[in-house]
Design a protein around this ligand. Structure first.
Ligand code: FAD
Length: 465
């Protein structure tokens, strides 16, 4: 049983990448550190354990990254996806510090490998973790233990008792029992609120009940709500979340990357009424995968069905669930629970509208439809070759955008613009300070790693003074 009467220098709330970077940095600066993770040990690591890579600036090729990826190009990429809803100063600082973060990660025991192929092409921009996010998280926990950081699992922060911008103490539950923790400085790294389905419902209405959460069930936004209720300044649109189309058979939580479906560009996608609703071939998949969660969410019962034929079966990373196969379109519709006549008519209309062209799965090709609404502008080939194959689709929520506002020292801001006296934040809980909308693959880990280190450094400095 930990001694809750003591005062730690730094309390870190959360157990994912951002929390671990903060805890290790504060400990390396000579502070006593307590890290509390609401998940049990077997499920530690939040959404970070599902990740695969970090977008990293580099001026020349490295052992795992090709060519160079410079600040201005990284910034342009971010500007495009956010539509300008970002903070240039914080964003450019984050971008520059990714190079340094990579070195810190390597020194902390995180290993890297060259880019995985077959999904989004990221070999120049994103450094892939050997063993994925789970190995990364394990490396940090092993280091934290070696450094003597106190770690409590099954321990949830429920109330950061603030007075005039100062966190006096933190009410927690430790294995279900109420306790109080005191620390000179506090770092909040407790992720988004995407696992709180009632909160999601406020933004999305009853449709949210049918959403699947791709990551941890422990990111319920308890700390975020508590801070906002106490006058901490918020950033980001509360109704917005990053959502992709995933296999509809995925579990409610924690399905991770293996349930994502990348077959949409080669498919005809229908809703439960057997009707198409969007151009499946509008652009290359890396630029479109993140809109399909929202598109499916807008359909009746928040479900879609991707239908391909034998020609396309090997063109994409398959879902972890087996494809549903049939010898005819009508039989496939029945297996998917759809009205066969309706689906047959949709596929027949689509087939008749396909204009002959040269098919190329790796670039925008000349295969399109003519006279069809909505059109399919690339990779449109008649669905004619058995077996016919279908996958159910559901919206899979990756993370929410609402967060707390921080400055360049990761110090939390209050509603009236004043800085908090001893509260810092890193990771998803403050990502809205930089990422107002949209998403750039690998930027979540970039924000968490960079701001985790800043928060750890500044919390240590604060505790010493
Ligand atoms: C399937 C999937 C794949 C992804 N792939 C990538 C990728 O390849 N690259 C990338 O950059 N991003 C990726 N992301 C996004 C990425 O996971 C996040 O941006 C990043 O992990 C956020 O780190 P974090 O530490 O802020 O939050 P998390 O890793 O989610 O950690 C939050 C932690 O806080 C704990 N917690 C929550 N509330 C409390 C509380 N009240 N008290 C105590 N502890 C609490 C949770 O248990 C958890 O451990 C992916 C996300 C998903 C879901």
């Amino acid at each position: 049983m930990p001694d809750f009467s003591r005062v730690w220098d730094v309390l870190v709330i959360g157990g994912g990448n951002a929390a671990l970077c903060a805890a290790v940095t504060a400990r390396q600066a000579g502070c006593s550190v307590l890290l509390i993770e609401s998940a049990p040990k077997a499920f530690r690591g939040g959404n970070s354990r599902h990740t695969r890579n970090m977008r990293t600036m580099h001026t020349e090729p490295t052992s795992v990254l090709t060519e160079a990826y410079l600040e201005d190009e990284y910034w342009d990429d971010l500007l495009r996806v956010t539509g300008g809803q970002t903070d240039e100063h914080l964003a450019r600082m984050t971008i520059r510090l990714t190079t340094d973060a990579l070195r810190f990660m390597e020194a902390s025991g995180v290993r890297f490998q060259p880019s995985l192929s077959g999904t989004l092409s990221l070999s120049r921009t994103n450094a892939f973790f050997l063993g994925g996010g789970k190995a990364l998280v394990n490396a940090y926990y092993a280091l934290a233990e070696r450094l003597g950081i106190d770690i409590l699992y099954d321990t949830e922060a429920v109330d950061l008792r603030m007075e005039d911008g100062f966190v006096r103490e933190v009410a927690i539950t430790h294995r279900g029992f109420p306790e109080t923790v005191r620390a000179k400085a506090v770092v909040a790294s407790s992720g988004g609120f995407q696992a709180d389905l009632e909160w999601l419902e406020k933004g999305w209405g009853p449709a949210a009940r049918n959403f699947l959460i791709r990551g941890t069930p422990y990111a319920k936004g308890v700390v975020l709500r508590n801070l906002l209720d106490q006058g901490v300044a918020s950033v980001g649109d509360p109704t917005q979340c990053h959502a992709v189309a995933i296999d509809g058979r995925a579990p409610k939580f924690d399905g991770g990357i293996a349930t994502r479906l990348d077959c949409v560009p080669f498919s005809v996608v229908v809703n439960k009424d057997g009707e198409r609703f969007y151009d499946e071939g509008e652009d290359v998949w890396p630029k479109r995968y993140a809109i399909w969660g929202r598109l499916v969410a807008q359909q009746p019962d928040q479900v879609g069905y991707a239908i391909i034929d034998a020609k396309s079966e090997t063109l994409f990373m398959p879902s972890v669930f087996p494809p549903i196969k049939a010898d005819s379109v009508g039989e496939l519709a029945v297996k998917l629970g759809l009205e066969p006549a309706k689906v047959e008519a949709t596929i027949a209309g689509f087939n008749a509208a396909c204009v002959p062209g040269e098919f190329n799965s790796t670039r925008l090709d000349g295969c399109r439809t003519e006279g069809l609404t909505p059109p399919k502008t690339h990779w449109a080939r008649p669905i004619t070759e058995p077996p016919f194959i279908g996958y159910p689709l559901r919206p899979g929520i990756t993370f929410t955008y609402l967060g707390v506002k921080v400055d360049e020292n990761a110090r939390v801001r209050m509603d009236d613009g004043r800085p908090s006296a001893n509260l810092f934040a890193s990771g998803e809980i403050m990502a809205g300070s930089i990422l107002g909308k949209g998403y750039l693959a690998g930027f979540g880990m970039a924000i968490g790693s960079v701001f985790g280190r800043i928060a750890g450094r500044e919390a240590a400095r604060n505790a010493r003074n």
